[in-house]
Ligand binder design. Structure first.
Ligand code: HEC
Length: 141
């Protein structure tokens, strides 16, 4: 009896702490900076065919700069990166990449979701990729 109780308690404690590891306060992420190189590479290959500036193929907004990913998503309390995380999930709707566009590879999915899991933090201005929007020097490496 004592052993069973102990097992149940330790199991629920460990799942609570792993939830804590991925939760974050999206409003705590800085709103300026650059996209990390690996994240930028996925957006260029799999998203910017439509989410370019200006957007193509009826995409609703560009996803070309770090600042783009931090904007508010519509009238919701989410930032766009949080919505990005939802729509790339296997059951996300509308599923992205859209329609017949090439799907994310599992490596690309891991790159994006691990960035989102760390609250989509920027690298400092000038250290990553940023094409538009922050009024700084255009950085393309
Ligand atoms: C082939 C063009 C295309 C590609 C590639 C594409 N999108 Fe989209 N995206 C769209 C269109 C069109 C919509 C609007 C869909 C709708 O409202 O039904 C959209 C909507 C979205 C939305 C808003 C969803 C909502 O609830 O309104 C997000 C976020 C998004 N895309 C993220 C991405 C990400 C991240 C990628 C790359 C992994 C990507 N998209 C690739 C065309 C594209």
């Amino acid at each position: 009896m004592g052993i069973l109780l102990f097992a149940v308690t330790s199991c629920s404690a460990s799942s609570a702490s792993s939830e804590g590891a991925v939760s974050c306060d999206p409003t705590a992420t800085p709103t300026t900076g650059d996209l990390p190189d690996d994240v930028n590479a996925v957006l260029v290959d799999k998203c910017q065919g439509c989410h370019s500036g200006p957007p193509q193929h009826h995409a609703p907004f560009p996803l070309v700069s770090f600042e783009d990913t931090q904007e508010q998503f519509g009238l919701t309390s989410k930032r766009k990166w949080q919505r990005m995380s939802e729509v790339i999930a296997p059951d996300g709707l509308p599923h992205m990449p859209y329609g017949t566009a090439p799907p994310l590879t599992s490596d690309e999915m891991t790159t994006l979701q691990s960035w989102f899991g760390k609250c989509a933090m920027p690298v400092p201005e000038g250290m990553g990729h940023d094409l538009l929007d922050d009024g700084g020097v255009e950085q393309v490496r």
